[in-house]
Each structure stands twice: as structure tokens, then as C-alpha cells.
Design a protein around this ligand. Structure first.
Ligand code: HEC
Length: 430
């Protein structure tokens, strides 16, 4: 009798262990079908039943990956007049990531609704400026254009995926960019047709901040001094640094005359005595105001800037200089316009895009935006397998897709990348 009880008990325990294994086998706890975490020839998307939609989602540590061998795709192109120091990938691979291997790696997965593609690459610099306006900015080694007056300068990392579509020569393009799309956790959904990009979505990400029609007409707007906060689709709030970003709802007309401000700074108030001609600093260290042509002065509102310049901290050293103009509001406005111009006025106005945009893109880029050393960029693209739009490639797990990748640094016309990559989908079956 006792023996029987034991047998029953053991049987029940075994059954419990067995059935728990069974259920675990049917639903692995992590929510995806693991692959081996090895390098593969082509990109293989694993199946998820729990979305792996964060950079920290466990699948991305276990995933198979493709090491993309990037080559020069386009080099030696220069921009039009007025656009300087923006050809950071002029020599292609020799320039990208200071010539070191950018180690581009791609991983992928899918669930019933979405495709997920994670890209990682190394690039040591991070600068969220994009076509900033600079007054009397630096010269460009590749160009003989004059740099006096307004020019557009600075730029940053760009990443494009280009997918071939069956029965069409058009390419479906996802474009991610540090200065325009990264703050919104999105990418632009474009079509490349006969070398022309068009935006599939009604909602644009940015507009040029321009006061006229030529590439030297200068900025129309500056920051209005309020905290630039956006709320993302998932409710996260994000604060954007006014040194790099100008949000549509936080702009005002750029006031003051930059040309007169130049004269106030260099001659009338003689700020150059401590800050050097045009705020470029003084090399011999005789006086120590430091250079003012870095972006940091744009973190101040107009009032903040004026308050600082006239403060005892600063005025202790420069009071007799500020005192020459402080009671002349026009000269003060002109001076601030000049300070904005040498620090760089954001080149674009960010328009808050429609949250229903097709391509999501979460990245590890901190959009506070201080120019820092960065090591590895990570961008996770998420899009519906089928958006229902004819301009978008439809991903169906029983097919193979050809795609290319393009990367550029400080550039949108010279880039490195790889073509003829393939994407396949692993089976959903265990
Ligand atoms: C006698 C020297 C001197 C003169 C003249 C002078 N400054 Fe300065 N300025 C400094 C020093 C030193 C600093 C940095 C130390 C500090 O932050 O107080 C500084 C810092 C600044 C900053 C940077 C604030 C920051 O974020 O650190 C601004 C902007 C500035 N000065 C504007 C001006 C303007 C505009 C004038 C002309 C009206 C002027 N300065 C004249 C010495 C001077």
C-alpha cells in the first residue's frame, strides 16, 4: 500500500516535471526562437512571439549576425556653394571613423506584425549639428569658396537601408539621421526612383531654417529660450538641446543685425580683447576669455546670454567692455545675433512628425546632443511586415529580399556601404 503511494507520488512528480518541460518547449520563456549567435553569410530573421523592440531586448544578445564588409560607394563629391566642411566621407572609408574599420553588424527578427533590423557600427564622433549656419565660419580644404558671411557647415552620421521591390526598379528606403530623425525614434520612409528620393509620408521631419533663397542667405529663426520638449508615441518626454535642434514650436525670428554685431564685438565693445578676433580665442594665452565659436553659447537664451555677459562673474573681467554698449538695446541685439552666428544657428527646423510614421528607429544616441566621443552606434528599425502602401516593400516570411546599406559621416553625398545583401526569414516552427 505504502509502495503504491510512493509510485503514484513519483509518477506524479515525473509527470509534473515532464509536462513543465513540454510547456517550456512549446513556449520558450524569452519569447523568440534562438539561433546560434554566430556570424552568417546573409541576414536571417528569427521568429519572435514577444516583440524584441528595445535595444536591451534579450534576443539582440543571442542573435545571429551578418558582418557587413563595407566598401566605398561614392567618393569625391562636393556640395554647392555655401555648403562647407560637410564632405566628411569625401575619401570614403579612409575618412569614416577616422579610417578605422567601422565594424558594421546587422541582426534581424520578425513577429506576426513587424520586421526588426538592428544595425551597429563604430564611429568615434557624435555631432548632432546639421547644416548649421555659421557667420564667417572656417574654410574648407576642398573648396576655394569664400567663407565670409553665412555658410552652412557641420553634419553627422546617416544610415540608409535600401530594399529592392519585386517587379519595380524603385527602392524602398529607410533613412535614419542623428540630427533630424533620431530625436523622434523614427526613420524617414523614402522611395528612390531614378536617383531621386521622395518622402512616402505626408509628415516631413524638418525644414531648412533659411531667410532667403540662396545657400548664403542665412537663418530665419533662432531658439525662443523655452525648454524644447517633445512627447514620443509611448509617452516618453525628450528634451532637445537648442545648440543643435530648433523645434518648430520653439522658434522666433532671428533678431539683430549680424553684420553690425560683428562690428560691436570686434570694435565697439572690443570683446575681441579677451575672446580673440571673431571670438576665435587668443593663441598666445595673454588674455583668457576663451573662444566663443563653439556651440555651447547656444544653450543660453538671449536673456541668459545678456545676463551672463553683464554678470559680476564675467563683468569682473570685462565690465568696461560690456559697459560700452549695455544701454544700447539695438547694439545688444546685434551682438547676440553675432554670438549666435559664430556658435552656429541650427540649420533646420524640426517639425514634429506624425506618430503613425511607418518606420520606427530606436537608437543609443543621446539627443541631448553634446559633442562627445561615441563608440558604437546602435539603431533598431521596426516596421510592419506589410504597411499596405504600394511604395513599401511587403515582407513575407517565405521569400528572400535583396537590400543595400549606406553610411556616411559628415556627409550626404559621399558614402560607404554594401550592396546585394540578402534577408531571409527563419521558420516559425520549433
Ligand atoms: C577682460 C576679458 C574679457 C572681456 C573683455 C570679455 N570677456 Fe567674455 N569671458 C571672459 C572670461 C575669462 C570668460 C570665461 C570665464 C567665465 O565663464 O566667467 C568669458 C566667457 C564669456 C562667454 C561664455 C559663457 C560660458 O558659457 O562660459 C561669453 C558668451 C562671453 N564671455 C561673451 C563676451 C562678450 C560678448 C564680450 C564683450 C562685450 C566679452 N565676453 C568680453 C573674459 C572676457
Amino acid at each position: 500500500m505504502i509502495k503504491m503511494k510512493y509510485f503514484t507520488l513519483i509518477f506524479l512528480i515525473l509527470l509534473a516535471i515532464f509536462s513543465s518541460c513540454e510547456s517550456e518547449k512549446r513556449i520558450p520563456p524569452k519569447g523568440y526562437l534562438p539561433n546560434s549567435g554566430a556570424a552568417t553569410e546573409q541576414l536571417e530573421a528569427a521568429y519572435f512571439w514577444i516583440p524584441q523592440d528595445k535595444l536591451s531586448s534579450p534576443y539582440w544578445k543571442d542573435a545571429d549576425f551578418v558582418e557587413v564588409e563595407v566598401t566605398n560607394q561614392s567618393t569625391g563629391n562636393l556640395y554647392d556653394d555655401g555648403f562647407l566642411n560637410m564632405t566628411g566621407t569625401y575619401n570614403g572609408l579612409d575618412d569614416f571613423n577616422k579610417g578605422r574599420n567601422p565594424k558594421v553588424v546587422i541582426k534581424a527578427g520578425y513577429d506576426e506584425e513587424n520586421i526588426y533590423i538592428l544595425v551597429e557600427w563604430s564611429d568615434t564622433t557624435l555631432n548632432a549639428s546639421f547644416k548649421s549656419w555659421l557667420w564667417d565660419g572656417p574654410e574648407d580644404d576642398f573648396k576655394s569658396d569664400t567663407t565670409s558671411g553665412w555658410t552652412s557647415q557641420r553634419n553627422q552620421d546617416n544610415l540608409l537601408f535600401l530594399f529592392e521591390k519585386e517587379g519595380s526598379s524603385d527602392l524602398d528606403v529607410w533613412k535614419w539621421n542623428v540630427a533630424t530623425t533620431a530625436p523622434f525614434d523614427q526613420a524617414m520612409n523614402l522611395t528612390l526612383s531614378s536617383n531621386e528620393f521622395t518622402n512616402d509620408s505626408e509628415s516631413e521631419f524638418f525644414q531648412r531654417n533659411i531667410s532667403g533663397i540662396t545657400s548664403r542667405s542665412g537663418p530665419a529663426y533662432e531658439w525662443n529660450g523655452e525648454r524644447q520638449e517633445i512627447t514620443l508615441e509611448n509617452g516618453t518626454k525628450r528634451l532637445l538641446d537648442p545648440s543643435y535642434y530648433l523645434l518648430d514650436d520653439y522658434k522666433m525670428d532671428l533678431i539683430g543685425d549680424v553684420n553690425s554685431g560683428d562690428n560691436v564685438f570686434n570694435n565697439i565693445a572690443d570683446c575681441r580683447y579677451c575672446h580673440g578676433p571673431n571670438g576665435n580665442g587668443i593663441a598666445d594665452g595673454f588674455t583668457d576669455g576663451g573662444s566663443l565659436n563653439k556651440v555651447f553659447t547656444n544653450k543660453y537664451s538671449r536673456e541668459g546670454l545678456v545676463e551672463f555677459i553683464g554678470s559680476t562673474t564675467h563683468e569682473g573681467r570685462g565690465s568696461q567692455y560690456w559697459g560700452r554698449i549695455k544701454n544700447n538695446p539695438e547694439q545688444v541685439d546685434d551682438l547676440v545675433a553675432f554670438l549666435r552666428g559664430i556658435a552656429g544657428v541650427p540649420g533646420n527646423i524640426l517639425l514634429t512628425p506624425d506618430n503613425s510614421a511607418e518606420v520606427k528607429a530606436v537608437s543609443n544616441v543621446t539627443v541631448g546632443g553634446i559633442e562627445t566621443e561615441n563608440s558604437v552606434y546602435k539603431v533598431l528599425f521596426i516596421r510592419k511586415l506589410n504597411t499596405g502602401k504600394s511604395s513599401d516593400v511587403v515582407f513575407s516570411p517565405d521569400q528572400t529580399y535583396k537590400f543595400s546599406i549606406r553610411l556616411s559621416d559628415n556627409d550626404e553625398i559621399n558614402f560607404i556601404g554594401a550592396t546585394n545583401l540578402e534577408l531571409t526569414f527563419n521558420s516559425k516552427e520549433l
